[in-house]
Write a protein that binds this ligand. Structure first.
Ligand code: ZN
Length: 103
């Protein structure tokens, strides 16, 4: 779509850094998917993503964080996967323990 700020550039899918200020708290999100203007750099967020951003900013404010820097959760999937495989390996090794104890 055409950028409504500069009325010159076209927006392209990309990622951006979003800063949300709530009272004394500042929450910075990195790598947020957005349509970015190739001319002026203005970004346009999807409504669903905006809602999630404010929800997570609200959580940071509740925790009393002054400045919180977060990565957009699309990058957290490999981490969750790593935790799962770690949990699985713990389960597997704990199953071996009683056998060893008997011997
Ligand atoms: Zn623009």
């Amino acid at each position: 779509m055409k950028c409504v700020i500069c009325k010159q550039g076209e927006t392209r899918p990309g990622t951006t850094t979003v800063t949300i200020q709530r009272g004394d708290s500042t929450v910075i999100f990195k790598g947020v998917p957005a349509d970015v203007c190739e001319n002026c750099g203005e970004y346009y967020l999807l409504e669903d993503i905006t809602r999630q951003l404010f929800q997570r900013a609200e959580e940071a404010v509740q925790k009393g964080a002054e400045v919180e820097i977060l990565r957009w959760r699309a990058t957290s999937h490999p981490i969750r996967h790593a935790i799962l495989s770690w949990a699985r390996s713990v389960l597997l090794s704990s199953k071996e323990l009683p056998t060893r104890a008997i011997r």
